[in-house]
Design a protein around this ligand. Sequence first.
Ligand code: SF4
Length: 297
Amino acid sequence: MSLLMDQSAEELECGMDNPVLPFLRKDRIPHIWCPGCGIGTTVNSFCRALGDSGMDLDKIAIVSGIGCTGRTAGYLNLDSFHTTHGRAIPFATGLKLANPDLKVVVYSGDGDLTAIGGNHFMHAARRNMDIMVVCINNFTYGMTGGQVAPTTPLGPTQTTMPFGNFESSFNLPFLADACGAVYVARWTVYHVRQLAKAMKEGLQKKGFVFIEAMAPCPTLYSRRNRLGDGVDQVKYFKERSTIKNGVDTKDVGLTYQGDIVVGKFVDRDRPTWMDSMNDHFGKVLGDKYETYGAHHG
Ligand code: SF4
């Protein structure tokens, strides 16, 4: 399923008409992802979004935390940071505030972003920090061996839940919406075009953007729960997904192998953290205050 699987840098050179290749660091190929992993498919959509957006790649930076998805930053031909576990959003926040010219993208997994990084996620959304967060949700910790995650639905076994998960899981779009994100969408690796379109819209949106991309982890989650290979999981995404743009995010929670609601759920505007800061200090200090990042969108 992954575009990049088993391709050497030399083989990649042969396909230079492929629209994805200009966005990859070919010297870093082959990648580490398992056969059937969905992460590479999301990277394909992201590369297409980069191309379709027409944005200057020198003005885009990508930040990842730790985990299988966290390796993405190292494969993309952008200025990139592969940071510590759960801390991609604080790094991204610092980057954005130090250089308001940049469009900063966080690209990480569900465990990294919503467990150890959960606090950062909530507060960046609350502040409407001008960053785009892409969360690859495969319902487990991949790199560390298949432990239960805050996104694991009730029921399936994990290495730390050998008799089945009994903890409630996060509804990530609802969490992002409730905390104040201005753009919230969910797609799966079956919906590659919609995912690319959402990523393009996210790149062009000002404020805290959250995009959830559901993806299979066949090596751990699927195998442990006898769900078949990566293709079987994509078939599940196809058969059980319903597109409901604009639906209330409280109604899009996920259950184990149950129905999936996908779509663009939230698209609104409110002042970013930097807008609010400038507005506040402009009022308090008047002419003595020099607007920060005044020339940047
Ligand atoms: Fe993908 Fe799972 Fe393999 Fe990690 S362990 S690369 S998430 S299939």
